[in-house]
Ligand binder design. Structure first.
Ligand code: GLC
Length: 561
């Protein structure tokens, strides 16, 4: 009991909100906190019990808030600190907790710390960052930033450069500096004092840089090398993360989900052991990561993959941590393409495919995270010009692709597949101008398909994807199966059957089986189990004797008796 109280986040379904695109309450074309407050009833009805807000701190928005200029202030475009407190209170009345995005690998170049550092690069605030003198007339080393180009930017009028793992508006903070660390701990505790229930920790495995910031052999025609060799999961990161945990979310039993790409399954337990992990959970990224080759994830550098690869990655991750660990499992987020477009073949991009995908992840061992619009099956966009895109990484990736020799059309195909704007178009609330997102001019174009895909239409239709999600969330959180689906062990089933992803959760002698047919063709398997229907996207089970038939993109969830 005591443990369950501490690990309350095991009985959670989290809904990620990209506030700029969720709901605009005041007609300026930008989503805001009062917009989220107005939509709390919708979220309660859907059934989620935690909201993760992408950053709402004061920011020049070079990377939509992942460039924080003041960690203590809400950006005026989102509202005020009072609005945020009201949101926490109103959500609480509905049994919903608020988790904030915590971006502490870097801050904005407009943050006061950085402004002071510029004035005195060797001084107190200079030491909050990685500021170094250039070498041989160029930057201090040859690292390439995640978004392309050198990871170093000159400090104008000086021989100095500063390190930025992401855009040049996001200066890396120096976690070797105790004073900086204390500032961050103070700030995170301050937010928890205001009722925040936890944090999504942005780019958190980048905090430790390799001692001496060495150059490495170039791995690209630009003469640079991916900065991940010197900044991702480097030796010493665990000590830093341990202190971060012990000084902030750990003692307060807050939810801490790490964005920790590149953690190998065999190392995962150190991060997410339920006994003494560094976080409550980390996102399980493996099946997304198979799409792109190379350490830089350049969008033109794609890999061929099939559903079998997705299945293998999912099962490997779970096998590696067994019942000792806990993942954050998800299909979509604000950095990835919409799942229907990414994971499904053309013929499955419909209600059946989308509902099947939901079943693939919703009952895995871990906490499920939904991303706004996923529950109504929102889709990506194809805009003709790169100028139509806002996402900074889309611009960088377009340039990289062109430099690599791809034509405009070819480069745009990469953007259509991977642009982060696919997930960032405004939420489609109803069949009304701008999808009902704003009465003004939206900051990013609304997907034209809002006339067909929108929340109002789906709420009225009992057979919609929205109601399917609602059903799965209820099964997970508040049904007689809830404990099985939370604490039950996770065992792959029928692993060798092509295009079938099936698994069993079992707990105290009861078993739930999930079958997902990832293809247009029917899939037949033999099973001696008596299957008691819990949910099926076709509405019934087709089983004759021992033969279970799964129709095109069918998802079946049943208790095995
Ligand atoms: C994370 C965020 C992404 C952001 C980056 C830099 O990956 O999810 O949106 O651009 O960190 O903060």
């Amino acid at each position: 009991m005591e443990k369950l109280k501490k690990q309350w986040w095991k009985k959670a379904v989290v809904y990620e909100i990209y506030p700029k695109s969720f709901y605009d309450s005041d007609g300026d074309g930008l989503g805001d906190l009062r917009g989220i407050i107005r939509k709390l009833d919708y979220l309660e009805e859907l059934g989620v019990n935690v909201l993760w807000l992408c950053p709402v701190y004061k920011s020049p928005m070079a990377d939509n808030g992942y460039d924080v200029a003041d960690y203590y202030q809400v950006d005026p475009s989102y509202g005020t600190n009072e609005d945020l407190e009201e949101l926490i209170g109103e959500a609480g009345k509905r049994g919903i907790r608020i988790v904030m995005d915590m971006v502490v690998n870097h801050c904005s170049d407009e943050h006061e710390w950085f402004q002071r550092a510029l004035k005195d690069p060797e001084g107190r605030y200079g030491k909050y960052f990685y500021i170094r003198k250039g070498a041989d007339g160029g930057p201090p080393n040859n690292w390439r930033s995640v978004f392309g180009g050198s990871a170093w930017e000159p400090v104008p009028g000086t021989p100095y450069y500063y390190l930025h793992t992401f855009t040049k508006k996001q200066a890396d903070l120096n976690w070797e500096n105790r004073e900086l660390r204390e500032e961050i701990y103070k700030m995170m505790n301050w937010w928890m004092d205001r009722g925040v229930a936890g944090f999504r920790l942005d780019a958190i495995t980048y905090l430790k840089k390799k001692d001496g910031l060495p150059s490495f052999a170039p791995d690209g025609e630009d003469g640079l090398v991916t900065c991940s060799y010197g900044s991702l999961n480097c030796e010493g990161i665990r000590e830093i993360l341990r202190e971060l945990r012990d000084r902030t979310y750990g003692p307060r039993c807050a939810l801490a989900v790490g964005e920790a790409p590149g953690v190998a399954p065999e190392d995962a337990l150190e991060y997410i052991s339920l006994e003494d992990g560094l976080f409550s959970m980390i996102f399980e990224f493996a099946e997304w990561e198979i799409a792109l080759k190379g350490p830089d994830n350049f969008w033109y550098d794609e890999r061929d993959w099939t559903q079998e690869d997705v299945k293998r990655e999912i099962f490997n991750s779970h096998r590696a941590v067994g019942e000792k660990g806990w993942y954050g499992v998800f299909l979509e987020n604000h950095d990835q393409s919409r799942s229907i477009d990414h994971y499904l073949p053309e013929e499955g991009r419909n209600y059946y495919g989308a509902s099947m995908l939901a079943a693939v992840y919703m009952f895995r061992r871990g906490t499920p995270f939904l991303y706004q619009g996923e529950e109504i099956g929102m889709r990506g966009v194809r805009w003709p010009s790169i100028g139509d895109y806002d996402d900074c990484s889309s611009h960088n990736q377009y340039e990289l692709a062109r430099r690599k020799g791809l034509s405009h059309e070819e480069a745009m195909e990469c953007i259509y597949k991977y642009s982060r704007d696919n997930a960032r178009t405004p939420f489609q609330w109803e069949d009304a101008p701008n999808g009902g997102f704003t009465s003004g001019r939206p900051w990013l174009r609304v997907n034209e398909n809002y006339t067909e895909i929108n929340a109002r239409g789906q709420r009225q239709d009992p057979d919609s994807l929205y109601h399917w999600y609602q059903k799965l969330i209820r099964l997970r959180l508040c049904s007689e199966y809830s404990d099985i689906l939370t604490d039950g062990s996770f065992v792959p089933l029928y692993e060798d059957v092509r295009n079938l992803l099936a698994y069993e959760r079992s707990y105290q002698g009861r078993r739930v089986q999930v079958f997902c047919n990832y293809q247009r063709e029917e899939c037949r398997i033999r099973t001696a189990e008596d299957l008691r229907l819990m949910a099926d996207n076709y509405g019934d089970i087709r089983k004759e004797g021992d033969v279970l038939t799964l129709r095109a993109f069918e998802a079946l969830i049943a208790e095995a008796e």
